[in-house]
Design a binder for this molecule. Structure first.
Ligand SMILES: Cc1cc2nc3c(=O)[nH]c(=O)nc-3n(C[C@H](O)[C@H](O)[C@H](O)COP(=O)(O)OP(=O)(O)OC[C@H]3O[C@@H](n4cnc5c(N)ncnc54)[C@H](O)[C@@H]3O)c2cc1C
Length: 429
């Protein structure tokens, strides 16, 4: 592959991850992106209603997301994330008004579960062992089949955390997708749970530094170039058809397709892809957070789920938010603002300038059925690999999964052998 050029199609986090790894290794890379800006579902943009640069959705990364951390370190984006010294999670119950902090200790031995002041109120240390059944679950089992989905700790910790990680109702989600998330974060100790938030915007952390890195390493970025078709011959891709013109894929060239699943299946008929999705709803309010407001506040017992306090706005995330997508934007803004006001002490009657962002296809549904439909990175064509959070990484659709998929696609092409790729993924992912 080293003599040729690699065409990466799609400049979301998966495509960026593949492109920067290739550039790091001295490969020639051309990154093609249909939109006018890179970043895909993980990007910032200027919202004219608010007069602010906001993200398409609030994103949370945990320090245990090791591929994401390595990517950020490589491109120089780590400094754009707020990284606390220790993992402290503030929570509020909107129904009862109670507040608490969850404080896992730094090391792997979880002695914090024996300390009442570090736990969720109304729980015992035994409640924290319940997710062990997720680790032991068989392929195809849901969380609801292996774990009791009720009780104080379910409602106040496992449900909100698993919902945020899977963006699907946890009861019907695949236990196999929850297991690596729990193992690599809570199971790895408090240091791995440090919540990292891009207070300066997602693009400043994940996108802009990657594009700079790519340019510095000779990579090319072509924005506004939508791939319309792939031309194949026997076991190779030999041309890419863009609206703007065709690109010949030479004998030593390769292609990484890092586009969303419906686009990939349109380009590669017969490809099995996840077909069911979940949305995410974000509400942004242009108001400075009150002094002392935690950067991240978990909310239970209401509509809002996570409240992010950015310097210039308060933003709420609601995962698997499809049930609210038919509600009017005005009613959503008012309802969510009342909850935000209740936990911040701000005036519930003084609704600040707001924006509601509905991402309808935020992620594939993390059910066992959809999980079984995820294809591997390898394709029937030896110079074509797939990347994206929907490819079979073993992780849910997250930044971490997208970044690992990009790296796995690079490995696959470098080994030039799809079987090798599968073993690489097992080791790397
Ligand atoms: C609102 C929201 C909140 C989220 N919150 C979190 C979170 O807190 N933590 C977390 O880890 N993850 C979160 N995620 C998930 C995370 O954003 C995704 O997993 C990740 O961004 C997916 O990256 P990707 O590169 O696989 O796909 P995408 O970002 O979809 O990238 C695909 C790219 O391909 C381009 N493209 C499409 N068609 C073509 C074509 N024909 N030719 C060329 N280019 C094309 C698209 O424009 C896009 O840029 C969230 C997602 C959303 C939507």
């Amino acid at each position: 592959m080293s003599a040729g050029c690699v065409h990466v199609v799609g400049a979301g986090v998966a495509g960026l991850s593949a492109a920067v790894r290739l550039a790091e290794q001295g490969e020639r890379v051309v990154l093609h992106e249909a939109a006018k800006a890179a970043g895909g579902r993980c990007r910032s943009y200027h919202d004219t209603t608010l007069g602010l640069t906001i993200d398409n959705g609030n994103h949370l990364l945990l320090a245990g997301n090791r591929a994401a951390m390595a990517y950020l370190r490589l491109v120089g984006g780590l400094g754009a994330l707020e990284d606390p010294d220790e993992a402290v999670f503030d929570f509020a119950d909107l129904a009862s008004g109670e507040r608490w902090q969850l404080r896992p200790n730094a090391g792997r031995l979880p002695w914090w579960i024996f300390v009442a002041s570090r736990r969720v109120p109304g729980t015992t240390f035994r409640d924290y062992l319940a997710p062990l059944s997720i680790m032991r679950a068989k392929t195809g089992q849901t969380i609801g089949e292996v774990m009791r989905c009720e009780g104080a700790l379910w409602r106040r910790l496992w449900q909100p955390v698993l919902l945020a990680a899977l963006n699907t109702e946890p009861e019907i989600s695949a236990a196999s997708l929850a297991a690596p998330v729990l193992r690599e974060t809570l199971g790895a100790g408090g240091r791995a749970c440090r919540p990292l938030v891009a207070t300066g915007g997602l693009s400043a952390a994940f996108v802009d530094p990657a594009l700079t890195y790519l340019a510095q390493h000779g990579g090319q970025l072509r924005l506004g170039t939508r791939l319309r078709a792939l031309e194949t011959a026997e076991d190779r891709v030999q041309a890419l058809h863009f609206a703007e013109g065709d690109v010949v894929v030479g004998p030593d060239d390769a292609v990484i397709l890092a586009v969303p699943p419906p686009v990939a299946s349109g380009l590669l008929p017969g490809l099995t892809i996840p077909g069911e999705f979940r949305g995410i709803l974000n509400a942004h309010f242009r108001i400075a957070p009150p002094a002392g407001q935690p950067l991240l506040l978990g909310l239970v017992g209401g509509t809002s789920e996570w409240l992010f306090a950015y310097p210039d706005r308060l933003s709420v995330t609601i995962s698997a938010g499809d049930r609210f997508f038919d509600d009017s934007r005005e009613s959503l803004a008012e309802r969510i603002w009342r909850e935000v006001a209740a936990v911040t002490g701000l005036d519930p009657g003084a609704l600040p300038p707001w924006q509601i962002v509905k991402e309808r296809r935020a992620t594939f549904a993390a059910t066992p059925e959809e999980t079984a439909r995820r294809p591997p990175c390898a394709t029937a064509y030896r110079n074509l690999a797939l990347a994206g959070d929907w490819v079979d990484t073993g992780l849910p659709a997250t930044i971490e999964g997208a970044i690992r998929s990009g790296e796995a696609a690079v490995h696959m092409l470098q080994r030039g052998d799809s079987r090798a790729m599968r073993s690489v993924s097992r080791v790397c992912l």
